[in-house]
Design a protein around this ligand. Sequence first.
Ligand SMILES: Nc1ncnc2c1ncn2[C@@H]1O[C@H](COP(=O)(O)OP(=O)(O)O)[C@@H](O)[C@H]1O
Ligand SMILES: [Mg+2]
Length: 253
Amino acid sequence: MKTVAIYSTKGGVGKTTTAVNLAWEASHECRVLLWDLDPQGAATYLLNVKAKVKGGVDSLIRGKSHVDAVIRPTAYKNLDVLPADDTYRNLDLFLDSAKKSTQRIAKVLESVSNQYDVVILDCPPGASLVAENALHAADLAVVPLGPSPLSLRSLAQVNEIIAASDRPPKVFAFLSMVDRRKLVHRFTAEALPREHPEVIDLVVPATVVIERMGTERAPIGTYAPNTEAAQVFAQLWGHVRASSKVKLGARRG
Ligand SMILES: Nc1ncnc2c1ncn2[C@@H]1O[C@H](COP(=O)(O)OP(=O)(O)O)[C@@H](O)[C@H]1O
Ligand SMILES: [Mg+2]
């Protein structure tokens, strides 16, 4: 089982969008669990899963409830969700009061390591203990960057945080929400991959097709499979699979 954290210190850069579409792409090839770590529960919502964790995330973190009891299936074969609910607002506090407080998420995942080939962590923004846990558990961190000169600053910040992790994952970044009509977006999309080896040459366009996810409550590939956006997420999955060396296990069903 490989664990991939979709991570940035910034909010609104496309983490959840990436997590959901990547998970759906991956589920065509292997068994996937998406863990929604953000109390806003956007990934849970977008995959049409009820935002309810029986016993709360506190019980899960302390090993009082088993992860199998809170994982939910989605409408898609081989794609399950560990949903977020309101109790995730205090996840940092729960982690802080637990033993080995940076390793709790990894510990929870150990118990499902035979059931999934890939776990995708949809991280909240920031550099909290939740983020530390996610980075500790991850084999690979995938960082969406907004197409502005400021994105270099957030990439540097993310690199610093990852380097300080007690078990640093591999990392790559890509540009998200690129509007090619804007000069600064085109410039950033060309310059960043050239100048920074950890930025891959793959660009997620800014498009209404992606915004529609909120009303469709479904991955793009299900309602707009022939769009550039859908194709880019398929390519992104290819990068993730190669970088994290996911073993393609037996699919269920
Ligand atoms: N490439 C894109 N084009 C247009 N809208 C996007 C794109 N990526 C994300 N969005 C929209 O921007 C908002 C923030 O995206 P989201 O994935 O939730 O970011 P994060 O998880 O980093 O906070 C959402 O409303 C989403 O629909
Ligand atoms: Mg999000």
